[in-house]
Design a protein around this ligand. Structure first.
Ligand SMILES: Cc1cc2nc3c(=O)[nH]c(=O)nc-3n(C[C@H](O)[C@H](O)[C@H](O)COP(=O)(O)OP(=O)(O)OC[C@H]3O[C@@H](n4cnc5c(N)ncnc54)[C@H](O)[C@@H]3O)c2cc1C
Length: 343
């Protein structure tokens, strides 16, 4: 039995590693591309927490975080930093159900805080008196790039073939033609090429690409760890040396990964939002660094293994929708199990 995986980002690397751990009757080949520009996993902010407004999404994120925290190897591979997390929920939303979901998987981690605590402890201004946040002790950030590199190295140690060529043509069979001129045939083929996936496989229009952007700003935000402010859309985490990674949602859809350009107006809106929300001075504009990248989005959001209709043996494993660092540990294990049952 032979399984092919296209893409050596977080999704493809973890899937290849999980497959190599799950079965020794399967040969795995992962085609990682020639890596001519950074992928999403190379620049991802890596924020991980359990809490999500949608309890279903929160369940997967909390399980992934629990598995990561409980596994010395995964913690080391990912460089996980447990600095805590804060999620300010939109006005009028009751977070109780989603908090329970996290508490079941990470006991004692989440707690609800009110507007007074948001002001005192985290420095929020410009906040409604009925504002509510969810604090998680067991959350923080990791390095998706480090995690995928470690998973790929381990997969290679376990016999996975890592091919540094681009997938050029995905064919029925399933089969693949690569830039080294080789025609490759598999029993199952998984395209996990992130934002490049829609260009390789027509998945019925369900996959789209979107720009994601953050800046690194010199700003005194004491008391804050990783945070999402769903009232204003701001998110961020400490970057180091008096700087903070800060972002706002970007509305550039259907971008080509090769052609993404920084949106400097968005970078200015981030600085203005932070000034208003925290009442602090933000250093030089433009910020010290702007990272403009991309991800593959699907609805409902989330990294998932999906068969491609009418093309037996062909799957996609993408759709991280700006959040796969939070779920990839668990979802890749499940995807490997699902794939093996089809062989
Ligand atoms: C700026 C930014 C910040 C983010 N912050 C967070 C966060 O804080 N928390 C969170 O949970 N998530 C975050 N995410 C989302 C998360 O990082 C992504 O969902 C995840 O990294 C996607 O991994 P991937 O493997 O699907 O895609 P990618 O990492 O983009 O990997 C796709 C791979 O496919 C390869 N490839 C492409 N075409 C071919 C081809 N033809 N042949 C062979 N290989 C090919 C590419 O070279 C690449 O290595 C962020 C994403 C971005 C961009």
């Amino acid at each position: 039995m032979k399984v092919g995986v296209v893409g050596g980002g977080l999704a493809g690397a973890l899937l290849a590693w999980r497959l190599s751990e799950a079965s020794d009757r399967v040969r795995v080949e992962v085609v990682v591309g020639r890596r001519t520009r950074p992928d999403a996993s190379a620049v991802s902010g890596g924020l991980v927490r359990g809490f999500e407004l949608d309890p279903g999404a929160g369940r997967v994120a909390a399980e992934s975080l629990a598995e990561l925290r409980g596994d010395d190897r995964l913690r080391e591979w990912s460089g996980y930093r447990e600095i805590g997390s804060l999620y300010v929920v939109p006005r009028g939303v009751d977070p109780a159900g989603s908090v329970r979901v996290v508490d079941e998987r990470l006991p004692g981690s989440p707690a609800v805080v009110d507007a007074g605590e948001l002001r005192r402890r985290f420095g929020f201004r410009d906040l409604a008196d009925d504002a509510v946040g969810v604090v998680e002790r067991h959350a923080g950030y990791l390095s998706p790039a480090k995690l995928r590199d470690s998973a790929l190295a381990r997969a290679a140690d376990q016999g996975v073939d890592v091919v540094a060529a681009d997938a050029v043509d995905v064919r029925d069979g399933p089969a693949l033609r690569t830039s080294d001129g080789v025609e490759r045939r598999y029993d199952a083929l998984v395209v996990a090429a992130g934002a490049w996936t829609p260009g390789l496989v027509d998945h019925g229009g369900t996959l789209r690409t979107k720009q994601i952007q953050y800046g690194v700003y010199r700003v005194p935000l004491s008391g804050l760890g990783a945070f999402v402010d769903d009232d204003t859309g701001l998110y961020g985490r400490p970057w180091g040396d008096g700087t903070f990674l800060l972002g706002l949602g970007c509305d550039r859809w259907d971008v080509r990964p090769e052609a993404v350009e920084p949106d400097l107006a968005l970078a200015d809106r981030v600085a203005a939002g932070v000034r208003r929300r925290f009442g602090v001075a933000v250093g030089a504009a433009p910020p010290e660094k702007v990272v403009a990248s991309f991800d593959c989005y699907r609805s409902p959001a989330g990294l998932r293994l999906l068969p491609v209709d009418g093309r037996p043996g062909l799957f996609t494993f993408t759709g991280g929708s700006g959040g796969a660092a939070k779920t990839a540990v668990v979802v890749s294990r499940r995807a490997a199990g699902e794939l093996l049952t089809t062989l």
